[in-house]
Design a protein around this ligand. Sequence first.
Ligand SMILES: *[C@@H]1O[C@H](CO)[C@@H](O)[C@H](O)[C@H]1NC(C)=O
Ligand SMILES: *[C@@H]1O[C@H](CO)[C@@H](O)[C@H](O)[C@H]1NC(C)=O
Ligand SMILES: *[C@@H]1O[C@H](CO)[C@@H](O)[C@H](O)[C@H]1NC(C)=O
Ligand SMILES: *[C@@H]1O[C@H](CO)[C@@H](O)[C@H](O)[C@H]1NC(C)=O
Ligand SMILES: *[C@@H]1O[C@H](CO)[C@@H](O)[C@H](O)[C@H]1NC(C)=O
Ligand SMILES: CC(=O)N[C@H]1CO[C@H](CO)[C@@H](O)[C@@H]1O
Length: 667
Amino acid sequence: MVKVLSFALFSLATAISAVSAQLDRPGQFYRLGACPDLGCVFPPDRTNFLAGAKFDVRVEVHGEDQIQPDTDYSLSIRKLSKADTKDRKNNSNKPVDFTKFTKVQPDAPEAWNFSYFKDAAAYWKSQSGDKNASTIVNVASSAWRNIQLREPGTYEVLLKYQDKASGNQKTSQLIWNVNAVPKKRKAKNVILFIGDGMTTAMITAARLISKPHVSGLYQKRMHMDQFPVLGHVMTHSVDSLITDSANSASAYNTGHKSSSGALGVYADSSPSPFDDPKQELLAQLLRRRSKKNGGKGGVGIVTTAEVQDATPAAVFSHTRQRGEKATIVDQMIHGQDPVVADVILGGGGKFFHSKNGGKSLNGTDYYEAYSKERGYKTVFDRDELLAYNGKDPLLGIFHSSNLDVWLDRNVYKGNLNQTGSDPRGSGLPALNQPNLDDMVIKGLEVLDKRYRKEGWFMMAEAASVDKMMHPLDYDRALADLLELDNTIGKTKDWLKRNNLDKDTLILTTADHGHSFDVYGSVDTQYFNSFLDSQEVEKKNSIGTYENSGWPSYVDADGDGFPDEWNVRYTLAAGTAGFPTHREDFQVNVNGARIPAVAQVYEANPEDAPHGINKAGTLGGNESVGVHSLQDVPIFASGPGSELFAGVQDNTEIFHKIAEVLGLGEQK
Ligand SMILES: *[C@@H]1O[C@H](CO)[C@@H](O)[C@H](O)[C@H]1NC(C)=O
Ligand SMILES: *[C@@H]1O[C@H](CO)[C@@H](O)[C@H](O)[C@H]1NC(C)=O
Ligand SMILES: *[C@@H]1O[C@H](CO)[C@@H](O)[C@H](O)[C@H]1NC(C)=O
Ligand SMILES: *[C@@H]1O[C@H](CO)[C@@H](O)[C@H](O)[C@H]1NC(C)=O
Ligand SMILES: *[C@@H]1O[C@H](CO)[C@@H](O)[C@H](O)[C@H]1NC(C)=O
Ligand SMILES: CC(=O)N[C@H]1CO[C@H](CO)[C@@H](O)[C@@H]1O
């Protein structure tokens, strides 16, 4: 198989040498991301497709301000023969009308308008009330739905249109690469663990506070540390440096990059968040293509976030706006070719019902709809989850919103007493939430009962590594990272006990980073001995280099977590992108940290004047820390793991999982 992949890389390389690629334009505000000119095609230039995977195509032709767009545009496509790739003018295959080539009729032509800002100056002008700061764009558009390119190779796509402002004919030239993967699978099952926002620095810090070490040598390692294969994943989005969880999870689930907030689609400029060009999802492909292995494969989704949150939703939904959570619940069972996962475990109860604080779509009771229409058994707390012994698909929702984090579920339990967190809308607190390992192991049991023969895919997310890095609550973030690591250990034991370890690929990765790092240790006792006003002296409690002595965390009971979190010697940690806040390096025992408050965010006055002042590095509209640029690690273990070594793009992860599961085209 490596051969086919290397062909794909080869064809990409030759294609790039053939035409100078349409390089990403520098800037911040785009008329439409990944749209090089007034003529836009999605999927965009240089997209890599899995042969035969379904996708939609959207063409948009733009005219700015008073200029109307050309409605007389044409779209054509041709497959470049390998030899001809170098000289596309002398190609034996002539471009063919796109409709003729694909035998798919486009939707009726559409027209709309939208507005955008040309740059930051225009945006901020508009924020201060200047109604003329934005630019209107008039759009003519067509969409072709459910296209398939079955033949591997390199394709050229041409959009010809007139620029009505100048009267010039223009052509947008795109290269699409179609990669084949074999039909023979390497592994029957794949588990994709995602530590949302997790970076190598966080793993190092989590290891440091939880594993014993002597003379600087660890005597025990993280479960992640013991994976045989390690790679790096590049995470840019299609139109920005820094990705969010939606488009990065979509890259894993579709093989396509997209824009911030988009799930399983390219973001177009139309008003509806549900008509954007879709891409077939890994779970849909698994349902459609694993039939050759005896039946459709199983799908499991486990998260400590809301099950409609970006990372889990990317497994089963299609929308440009990750915030459309009520509709996302509906898409699981009613969407186009719905995934109807066998296991759905996490939070987000308020989008399933319309009782106290409920926000379900059209007031529908989706707990009832899932069970009546699709045969789901429903469970709502840890005891009900652990007691479930059946073979029916399982919907377990344990919180109205995101599950509380490990530190509150297990150490500062008083923080669970929040009215209204019950997933069914009783208004009571959800005091009996499962841990991530409870959910993953139960999910594996259900998948195994339903699909031992056919195989399955599970995505399991430790969501609050990210959700706690945002408010700079490093203790809570690292605890959830350790919860993920301990879950991985329990998963490996479970697979072994059930004779599935040789059939199962385990991947552990992240979707993006945060710029967290540790630069020393802190003596909090010395820190606290100074008056709040003595900031300079407080900073002397930070030891660096030879004074960065060990933190005082101990895991005497061997459960994988420090026994005590409020310790004298702790980590001097921080990030690069943060709002103005005060830092005291101490655990927030009363719940997640709120670093900054108010409209133009300033340090939380409840922290003042305790802690040292850290003047923000972000704009005044940012209340919390932000994602960062760095490549994230991917750890792989089991059959097919060797594919994940080295440096790779996040979209390649999809192609590699498809290869491992043998999701090649069935003729
Ligand atoms: C075009 O291709 C043909 C055959 O592939 C070749 O004989 C011919 O010389 C080429 N023409 C040019 C202008 O490169
Ligand atoms: C945008 O479209 C709406 C109708 O969809 C129309 O009322 C409006 O005038 C248009 N705006 C511009 C600037 O063309
Ligand atoms: C905004 O633009 C309109 C029409 O282009 C013009 O009449 C008006 O004076 C402008 N307003 C400002 C504040 O520049
Ligand atoms: C929800 O209500 C809207 C408006 O009445 C309707 O168009 C839509 O089809 C409904 N959706 C579902 C899933 O029932
Ligand atoms: C939970 O909070 C309520 C008030 O919000 C209080 O009356 C109750 O005693 C608390 N329960 C526990 C177990 O702390
Ligand atoms: C939505 C919001 O918080 N807007 C604020 C952004 O920052 C400007 C000043 O820089 C404020 O005026 C806005 O209220």
